[in-house]
Every structure is written in C-alpha cells, then in structure tokens.
Design a protein around this ligand. Structure first.
Ligand code: PMP
Length: 437
C-alpha cells in the first residue's frame, strides 16, 4: 500500500493533548471519554490496545462489548481489504454478494426457523425496525420492556431504556410499559416474571405487540435473570399474541459461551433476535433475524436504509462468523468465562467492596458496594478503581443505573495470561480503594 496516498492529516503523530484540544474546539461537549486523562488509542492486536505513547493495555471492554474478534485479526483485515478493493458501497436496491451470503450464514447459526434477516447500521436501528415489524404484524401498539434495560438512542429505543436514561422531562410515551425486575432469586419465585400478566391485563388493551428483553442486561450492569424469567414471560407474551424479541446486541455471537445467542441458555425460542456490536466486530452493522411469517408483513418501504446491508459491513460480518467458527470461540468463551468468573468470585471473598459477581461466558460483572448489607452503590469508588486499573494497564467498563458495576466484556481473543494479570490488577485496585470505606 502506498501510505503517501493516505491524507497527511491522518498520518501525523499526535499527542493525546493535541487530539483532546481539537475535540474541545470542534466536537460537541456531550462526547466524553473515560478517565481523568483520557487515552488516545491508536492500535490494537488480539485483546491488547496501544495508546499514542506506545503503552499497552489489556482490554476487558472491547470498546463497548464490540470488538469480539479483537484487533487486527488477519482474516478480518484481509476480508476488509479485499472487499474495499472491489465494492465498498451500493444500496440494497441492487443485489450484492456479501448481503446474500451473510444472510445465509446467519440462518445457519440462528435458532430454529429464524431464517430471515434484515441488515441495518446499529443496535438502535435494529431494535427500532424489529419493534416496528412487531407492531405492524400484531396491529397493536403496546411494547413492554424491562426496567434497567438499554435498547438504544433512537426515539422509541430510547423510551424503552429505563427512566435513568431520560435527560429531558418527557411524558411517559404512549404504548410503552415496563416490566419490573426482582433481585432476590430464588426466594422471589420469579414473581416479577409472573407480574407481566398483570401489566398486560391492567395497562394495555389485553394484547401486545412485543416484549423486548436482553438475555443479560449489559448497560444495566450485567444483570442476568434466571431461565425461568424468560420461560414464564415467553408463555405470557404468547398467551396475549405478542412477539418475543431477544435483544442480543451485547449477548450475541457467542459472548455468553457455548451458544450463539444468549437466549439459547434459557430454552426460549424468540420470534425476533436483534443484533449489532460484535456482529461486525467494530465495523458498523446491525440487524434482526426472524421467522418468515413475520418478515412477510415487512414491506419495501419499511425496510429501506441507505447504508443497511452495504457490502463492506456485510463482508466484515462474514469474516467475524468465520473467525468465531474457526477459532472455536463459543467453547472458548464458556471455558475462559468460567475460569475468569472463578477468579472474580475469589475477589469477592477477599474484598468487602465487591457486592456481587454476575454473568456468564465473556459477559461478567462485579457490583461495587460501600456496604455489604445495605448494598449502597460505590459509585465514586468505581471511578477510582477505573483510574487505578488504567494506570496498571487494564481497561474495564462501567455500567448500572448507579454507575457501580464493572463490566467485563472483552474480545474473545483474551488469553488466560491476560485474565490472570487482570485479576492481580483488580485485586490491587480494590485493596487501595476499600481502605477509605
Ligand atoms: N441494545 C443493547 C442491548 C445495547 O447494549 C445497545 C448499545 N449499548 C443497543 C441496543 C444500541 O446499539 P447502538 O449503540 O449500536 O445503537
């Protein structure tokens, strides 16, 4: 490649300060970064990231649960280069090889009968489209989402993303209802799931368009309801004629271990699966998978998106599927996740700041608390832990409505050695922070 053809402005060596100064001047202030002194990341390999000073970091967050195949995987890079040299873009008004091949490949890994795919650009758009299709199919406006859920930033997806994400005073949107979440399983007898019937009977016209749920809540702080929650809600949703949507934007593509989709650990077969993030391992792509009988109602005008199904994103996603299959990632996520969770549980035994360790596969969470009994959220301490970890070369994610859950959702390329190092760094950070509790 002739590097001189790349715009010089892009090739120049920048310091973090120089880039942050540019951002301050030209980027809206709402775009913020982690850390007091934000990192300028310039390169990555496997599950390791490198900043502009050449410092390396173990990446436990994959951007936001996205770079599932890690950074600069040879097959991923080669596929993108190959496709770029042929056709970066044309719209879905024309047939292309990548869209059709990707759809076939998705059908091969989808739960039974979810053979039809629609490709868009992001998780929000995937959910928006799936919900629209459900409303159209059922001719009913009501959608029920779970509290603490996150489904995106577009108008409807935003309204489904728990009150904590509302930043302007708005009336509760019509047609949206919320399902509460209990935490004291199994003593609770999954009453929260059974309560769905009450919500439908008392707050809707006794019919719904859809119930949308994450198999493990990501942004909400790695909250994993038991399988019964899904089984009971599925039965109720079907009783009232709704479609069951599994939002697999975070849990998809093997992240939860052993299975392609998080919902497959619950025994429920959903009507729609929505996906994004790991789907393109960093290249923007989203979409949904559904049954032909629902897809049939979705017409041309409902399904057009300028960039949706573009050849470059679809080619990237095909490479991702290959890499997952060839690298045995499903099994690897389960094995590594079990190993890592054991280490995190050991941290819970040793540290009073650790309230709970949650999740499965490569989707794990540590809830930080100021008090083990009251579970008072350790929100400030979380920020300190993040800084301390970063200083030791470890990047972690943050989640939960109180911002006190560590999110561990790394590239599936993460090695055992990196997990051992992560454990040591977290151990050290907790020891320092809990001195002030
Ligand atoms: N659903 C879930 C479960 C998510 O976590 C997210 C993003 N965090 C979305 C939907 C929205 O995806 P996007 O940011 O790609 O629009």
């Amino acid at each position: 490649m002739d590097e001189k053809l790349v715009p010089e402005d892009l090739r120049k060596a920048y310091s973090a300060k120089a880039i942050l100064d540019l951002e301050k001047e030209f980027v809206i202030p709402g775009v913020t970064h982690y850390y007091e002194n934000p990192l300028l990341l310039v390169h990555g390999e496997g599950a390791t990231l490198e900043d502009s000073t050449g410092r390396k970091f173990i990446d436990l967050f994959a951007g936001i649960c996205t770079t599932i195949t890690g950074y600069t995987h040879p097959k991923f890079v080669a596929t993108l280069q190959w496709q770029i040299e042929r056709l970066v873009y044309t719209s879905s008004l024309y047939a292309t090889v990548p869209y059709a091949v990707l759809s076939k490949r998705l059908a091969e890994v989808a739960p039974p009968d979810l053979t039809q795919s629609f490709i868009v650009n992001s998780g929000s758009e995937a959910n928006e489209s799936a919900l629209f299709m459900a409303r159209k199919f059922t001719n009913n406006p009501y959608i029920i989402a779970c509290t603490h859920a996150y489904h995106g930033r577009t108008a409807l997806a935003r309204e489904l993303s728990s009150a904590g994400w509302r930043t302007v005073p708005e009336a509760h949107p019509p047609g949206v209802r919320f399902q509460p979440f209990g935490k004291e399983y199994p003593e609770c007898d999954v009453q929260c799931a059974r309560y769905l019937r009450e919500i439908i009977r008392t707050q809707t016209n006794k019919a719904i368009a859809a119930f949308i749920v994450e198999p493990i809540q990501g942004v909400g702080g790695i909250i994993q309801p038991p399988p019964e929650f899904f089984q009971i809600t599925h039965e109720i949703v079907k009783e009232f004629g709704g479609l069951y949507i599994s939002d697999e934007v975070q849990t998809g593509f093997g992240r939860t271990g052993d299975k392609w989709w998080g919902i497959q650990h619950t025994g429920v077969i959903p009507d729609i699966i929505t996906m994004a993030k790991g789907f393109g391992s960093g290249v923007p792509i989203g979409g949904f998978l559904t049954h032909p009988k629902y897809a049939e109602k979705y017409t041309t005008t409902d399904s057009f998106a300028t960039f949706g199904g573009n050849p470059l994103s679809c080619a990237a996603a095909i490479a991702v599927l290959d890499i997952i299959q060839e690298g045995n990632y499903l099994q690897r996520a389960m094995e590594h996740g079990t190993y890592l969770k054991k280490l995190l549980k050991a941290l819970k035994e040793e540290h009073k700041i650790v309230g709970e360790v949650r999740g499965q596969g490569m989707m794990l969470g540590i809830e930080l608390v100021r008090n083990q009994t009251t579970k008072e959220p350790a929100t400030q301490e979380m920020l300190q832990v993040m800084e301390l970890c970063k200083n030791e070369g470890l990047l972690i994610g943050k989640g939960g409505i109180d911002g006190n859950a560590i999110r561990i959702q790394p590239p599936l390329e993460l090695t055992k050695e990196q997990m051992d190092q992560a454990y040591q760094i977290l151990d050290k950070a907790f020891t320092i922070v809990e001195k002030n509790l």
